[in-house]
Design a protein around this ligand. Structure first.
Ligand SMILES: Nc1nc2c(c(=O)[nH]1)N[C@H]1C(S)=C(S)[C@@H](COP(=O)(O)OP(=O)(O)OC[C@H]3O[C@@H](n4cnc5c(N)ncnc54)[C@H](O)[C@@H]3O)O[C@H]1N2
Ligand code: MOO
Length: 409
């Protein structure tokens, strides 16, 4: 069969930007991954908690000294005996006695407070509070359960496992975390003009999207192998889509109406149903989202996100369609996800007259500042950006609240 001609005069810019993002979220929510797996803490970074993180122990697990000094029992002066270091179990302390204690050490039973080293005056075996008054009961003591009680919910299901979450989980006794299975993704990079190494040459450009999207999507919780290059060939593309075992196929390029832009035709032949076909956003308006027929015996739901080939347009497609889809597939919540952060502008930010604009900005104490080199085919501004500002048609005036989206990290 000969390759079909790419569609001519196909309508573009058909879906409003916010609606397109919502449709991607809905598609993921409808096919939320139920499977869970247990991972060691070291392997869980970036995954999503399958259930609430509940404390396995009180925190602190025992009454603890918050300062270096002396554990004291009752009002001063005190008689001094011994010392308690972190990691030891101290004997009880009788009223009128004090014992040297380190920060983090277990408070002896009977101790009523901790006197900081700089607040105590020691004369031989005697300790008095110095010019300061006696410590109040409980002073500089971290009582058992101050941070949480055993069984208390610390984090909800859907929380991304960040380094801080790993620290908290370790602090309250976890060795393994139950997380949602990561969605499998295949990245297909389209374009005969692309080289994966060396300098661009006449007519040839370096693939900028494989090196950017692969680690970005992986950091957002996707399970994906190295990108696969697919030649500008209709049948190759159709078969790559048809037979991909991934739950989410992400393609780059071939979304528009060029002579070898076969994506629409390949999707049609692969039995795809378009959920989003063009978005009223700049850059990136030819982006698309499709539902693919299930593949393989497991019959898992599959989607395809078609990112435009222009590199900044591809980033716009990723934040609009790919990341919301991936987040919803795992039920991921958090500030890096859609709708996370807003900021007030200090100066007007230029928009598109009719469409939403995603503008790379630097965040300064005064507010978001646009960056130069923000054309659809450029990455220079993006590489310096802290965020993409979501600008409504017509742009934002000084003092407006604008949403910020995370840039590739
Ligand atoms: N007649 C029209 N032409 C175009 C329209 C339109 O509405 N009507 N839209 C323009 C817009 S906007 C975009 S964005 C691009 C989308 O193009 P495709 O998704 O079909 O992508 P390609 O044609 O394959 O490539 C476009 C451009 O990007 C470069 N590219 C592609 N892949 C990569 C990569 N992995 N790394 C670096 N650069 C890449 C490619 O070489 C081209 O320069 O269509 C416009 N045209
Ligand atoms: O998506 Mo295109 O200009 O908007 O690069």
């Amino acid at each position: 069969m000969s390759a079909p001609a790419p569609p001519v005069g196909r309508p573009v810019s058909t879906t409003d930007w916010a609606r397109a993002r919502e449709l991607a979220q809905l598609a993921g929510t409808r096919h939320r991954i139920a499977a869970t797996e247990q991972r060691t803490l070291a392997a869980a970074l970036g995954a999503v908690l399958a259930g609430p993180l509940t404390a396995l122990t009180d925190l602190p697990a025992f009454d603890t000294s918050a300062m270096d000094g002396w554990a004291v029992a009752g009002p001063g002066p005190w008689r001094l005996a011994g010392r308690v270091l972190a990691g030891r179990t101290p004997p009880p302390l009788a009223d009128g006695w004090a014992t040297e204690i380190a920060t983090g050490a277990q408070l002896p039973p009977g101790a009523t407070a901790v006197l900081r080293r700089e607040h105590g005056e020691r004369t031989g075996p005697q300790l008095r509070p110095g010019p300061a008054a006696d410590p109040t009961p409980g002073q500089d003591v971290r009582p058992r359960g101050q941070e949480c009680r055993r069984g208390e919910e610390l984090l909800p299901a859907g929380t991304e496992v960040t380094p801080a979450v790993l620290g908290l989980a370790a602090a309250c006794g976890y060795d393994l975390l139950t997380v949602r299975r990561a969605p499998s993704v295949e990245l297909l990079v389209l374009g005969d003009e692309l080289r994966t190494e060396g300098l661009p040459a006449p007519g040839l450009v370096r693939d900028a999207l494989g090196p950017m999207l692969q680690p970005w999507l992986a950091a957002r919780g996707a399970e994906l192998p190295a990108p696969r290059a697919v030649r500008d060939d209709f049948a190759l593309l159709r078969d790559a889509i048809r037979h991909s075992p991934a739950e989410v196929v992400v393609t780059t390029g071939a979304t528009a109406a060029g002579p070898v832009d076969f994506l629409h035709a390949a999707l049609a032949e692969a039995g795809a149903r378009l959920l989003v076909d063009g978005v009223r956003v700049r850059p990136g308006h030819p982006m698309l989202l499709a539902e693919l027929p299930p593949a393989g015996a497991r019959g898992a739901a599959r989607h395809l996100v078609g990112l435009p080939g222009n590199p900044l347009a591809a980033v716009a497609g990723a934040v609009t369609l790919a990341l919301p889809l991936l987040a919803a597939l795992t039920g991921r919540t958090g500030s890096a996800e859609p709708g996370g952060r807003c900021v007030r502008t200090a100066e007007p930010l230029p928009g598109h007259p009719a469409d939403t604009r995603l503008l790379p900005v630097r965040l300064t104490p005064e507010g978001p500042r646009p960056l130069a080199f923000d054309g659809p085919a450029m990455l220079r501004g993006l590489a310096l950006a802290d965020a993409l500002a979501v600008l409504p048609p017509g742009g934002a005036a000084a003092g407006d609240l604008v949403e910020l989206l995370a840039v590739p990290r």
